[in-house]
Ligand binder design. Structure first.
Ligand code: AMP
Ligand code: MG
Length: 471
């Protein structure tokens, strides 16, 4: 792997309190579960390297590439509304950057931030993270990505089970979280550390702000803007993150740290995908409000370097702006090009109600609408369809043009939890076919994939599968 060079030069710009050098603890008998060749090639790995023994060692953290100097990041956060001063990469290790991408191993052993954890990640949650990051990428939603996953003979203990330890190699243009700013804010030199951190973030993720006045204020505005865009996209595909703690919120507006996430199946706006979330703080309909809440926490941490009141009033507009773009995107999903905010929002709101009343599957509804193949029984949804077809009379484009547009934004596939569970069950018996096939589907969710048609619908004996935080 001679041509693979990693760089940790960026650390010179980050205060030393924000990271710790740490070696990996490689897994025993690592074996490859899946490689995302498209991403590997993009990063500069050749076919020969991908097939080499060093490649698995690289993912296992036992092959140290040129220029690599491994470290874990410190951060704080608000978990389920409560402040935790000291969190950090408890099981992730950064190897350095290739180009503008940070290369990170998740599950490679304990770090100074592991607290009571073992620094490991089990196979099931690693498969979930590996596949969904590529699914979000395939759906054109800002996200970290995943290049490979290995399993091993190393054992880990979760609840009452014995499981095997895995590692996912993740990449991202930034790993800075809202919680990183909380950490700097609570440090001994908040002003200095925050300025350094904000400049670091501008350098990596908002380079257009580099030389402008009030750049910290503008940075905050940029983070609000990107967060709005991200949550609009999540809601539009029915994505639920499940653990929107401030330490899981990316400063660059990416989806990060996938845990008990789910995609909406039979529509239920109050759906809670995380079994550990007893009160539904992170339910589907709460996501925009929680994002805004998290941004208020972030505004407070900016107070030593910017005018907090100005930041807060910018964030006050979050929900109004969110609604505007969300309804516009939903109108696009319905193929309405001559969209009128108030009138059509009413139609869209009625759709949600009808879907909920008749237990309509979210993804296959929009897909069926785009291909003119809907055949639903529910009284409410059919009444709504009648209203929708009337509304279409006022559209200035032809049906063909409309369906063409809709096909481009309404996917056939999302990663349903039972689908992931099938891949996990097989992988736990050493059969990685589904993981690899689903990677292909995840990256091309608008494609046909006729052999997997079965997964375009909710499971016949439908009962939503929920996950907990334990992973
Ligand atoms: P999460 O909610 O999964 O993002 O994790 C919250 C915090 O707990 C992060 O700081 C993680 O690094 C840490 N953590 C989670 N699982 C483990 C583990 N098995 N060992 C060490 N730290 C962990
Ligand atoms: Mg996390």
């Amino acid at each position: 792997m001679k041509n693979i060079k990693l760089s940790t030069k960026h650390l010179e710009k980050l205060d030393e309190s924000l990271y710790s050098y740490q070696n990996s603890s490689p897994l025993i008998k690592p074996k490859l579960v899946s490689i995302n060749k498209k991403l590997a090639k993009k990063l500069g790995f050749t076919n020969e390297q991908i097939d080499s023994k060093e490649f698995i060692e690289f993912i296992n953290g036992s092959y140290i590439a040129n220029g690599s100097n491994t470290y874990a990041n410190a951060y704080g956060g608000h978990q389920f509304g409560y402040q935790v001063l000291s969190l950090g990469d408890g099981r992730a290790l950064n190897l350095g950057k290739i180009g503008d991408q940070h290369i990170q191993l998740k599950g490679s052993g304990i770090t100074p931030y592991s607290r009571d954890g073992d620094g490991r990640a089990v196979l099931r949650s690693s498969i979930r993270e590996y596949l969904v990051s590529e699914a979000m990428y395939g759906l054109n939603i800002p996200t970290t990505r995943a290049m490979a996953i290995i399993d091993s003979s190393t054992r880990v203990y979760r609840n009452y089970d014995v499981e095997t330890a895995s590692i996912v190699l993740r990449t991202s243009s930034s790993w800075i979280r809202f919680g990183s700013f909380e950490f700097a804010y609570n440090s001994k030199n908040p002003k200095e550390n925050l300025e350094k951190l904000a400049d670091f973030v501008i350098d990596e993720s908002y380079p257009h702000l580099k030389d402008i006045q009030n750049r910290y204020e503008e940075l905050y505005f940029g983070i609000v803007d990107r967060t709005i865009e991200l949550i609009v996209l999540w809601q539009s595909v029915g994505f639920m993150h499940g653990v929107m703690n401030t330490d899981n919120m990316s400063i660059a507006g990416l989806t990060i740290d996938y845990g008990p996430y789910a995609f909406m199946e039979e529509f239920d706006k109050g759906f809670i995908c995380n079994l550990s979330d007893k009160e539904g703080r992170y339910s589907f309909e709460n996501q925009p409000f929680i994002a805004q809440w998290n941004l208020y926490v972030l505004a407070k941490t900016f107070s030593p370097i910017a005018n907090e009141e100005i930041l807060e009033s910018y964030n006050d507009q979050f929900i109004g702006r969110f609604k505007q773009s969300y309804f516009e995107l939903m109108a696009n999903k319905l193929g309405l090009v001559d969209y009128e905010y108030h009138k059509d929002n009413n139609l869209i709101t009625k759709l949600f109600k009808a879907m909920e009343d008749d237990n309509v599957d979210y993804t296959s509804f929009f897909y069926g609408l785009s291909w003119n193949t809907l055949d639903l029984e529910g009284k409410n949804i059919n009444a709504w369809l009648g209203e929708y077809h009337q509304r279409l009379q006022q559209e200035s484009i032809s049906q063909e043009e409309r369906l063409d547009k809709m096909k481009k934004i309404n996917p056939k596939y999302v990663l349903r939890n039972y689908m992931l569970q099938d891949a996990i069950d097989a992988a736990e018996k050493d059969d990685f076919t589904l993981v690899n096939d689903f990677l292909e589907i995840a990256q091309n969710p608008f494609g046909e994939h006729p052999e997997y048609e079965y997964y375009t619908k909710p499971k016949p004996e439908w009962e939503p599968l929920r996950c907990s935080c334990s992973s």
